[in-house]
Design a protein around this ligand. Structure first.
Ligand code: 13P
Length: 252
């Protein structure tokens, strides 16, 4: 179901004590906000999940993981399964973040498997897509993003797809301070929504939450979130500063 969402991806940052501090500096003010029309998802290092899920409900946020295995269970040392996430009350999981694609060689087949396992375990995948700078400069960005979406989630039926959130994160904007312009963001989000309308139907497309990620911060969030096809943000760096993250949450 389409809704306004701000998700914080903490990536590989914060020791346990630092995470505890940051969590409480976000959660306490969050409790007092009127979030009737929007949702907050925190994706900390999964090792700390319990500290988050314990207080999530009374503090107006949900908990997401940053990754899961594409295998169900078994001899896969170091991996964490979708079923394990579910057993820790985790409700969301990022899939196909560009850092996973780039540094851990995750391909579309693996990502589609992860999406399926998450849905089997009633966890909502936040499916990430986005082009690198060379693709944009060569004017290939629509083809690249279209292919990622086609291969990652278009095997789902409409009912399954309803549990997926899409995050468009142009790789050249991640952690660089170079945000996509409102025109670039709106154009790609509309393109993605249109792909869904063509593959499924307009109602399915209108129900999809499509988040923007890539140097989204307290200064530019309002302008980005006001765009017709942008339903919120997936925030990296600015989600590690309570004041900035809280300002982004209030940017709808
Ligand atoms: P930044 O907000 O640091 O650019 O990171 C975006 C991101 O990768 C969120 O998943």
């Amino acid at each position: 179901m389409r809704r306004n969402i701000v998700a914080g991806n903490w990536k590989m940052n914060k020791t346990f004590e630092e995470a505890d501090d940051l969590l409480f500096s976000i959660a306490e003010p969050l409790q007092k906000l009127d979030l009737d029309t929007s949702q907050v998802i925190l994706c900390p290092p999964v090792l700390y999940a319990e500290m988050f899920t314990d207080i999530a409900l009374e503090n107006n946020f949900s908990v997401g993981a940053q990754n899961c295995s594409n295998k169900e269970s078994g001899a896969y040392t170091g991996e964490i399964s979708a079923a394990m996430l579910k057993s820790m009350d985790i409700e969301y999981c990022l899939v196909g973040h560009s850092e996973r694609r780039k540094y851990f060689g995750e391909d579309s087949k693996m990502l589609a498997e992860k999406v399926d396992l998450l849905l089997d375990n009633e966890i909502n995948p936040i499916f990430c897509c986005g082009e690198v700078l060379e693709d944009r400069e060569a004017n290939n960005h629509f083809d690249v993003v279209g292919k990622q979406i086609f291969e990652g989630i278009f095997h789902l039926n409409a009912e399954e797809l309803d549990n997926v959130i899409i995050a468009y994160e142009p790789v050249w904007a991640i952690g660089t301070g170079k945000t996509a312009s409102p025109a670039q963001a709106q154009e790609m989000h509309a393109f993605i929504r249109n792909l869904i309308a063509k593959k499924y139907n307009q109602e399915v497309a209108d129900n999809m939450s499509i988040l923007y990620g890539g140097s989204c911060n307290a200064k530019n969030a309002k302008e980005l979130f006001a765009l017709k096809d942008v339903d919120g943000g997936l925030i990296g760096g600015a989600s590690l500063k309570a004041e900035d993250f809280l300002a982004i949450i209030q940017s709808f």
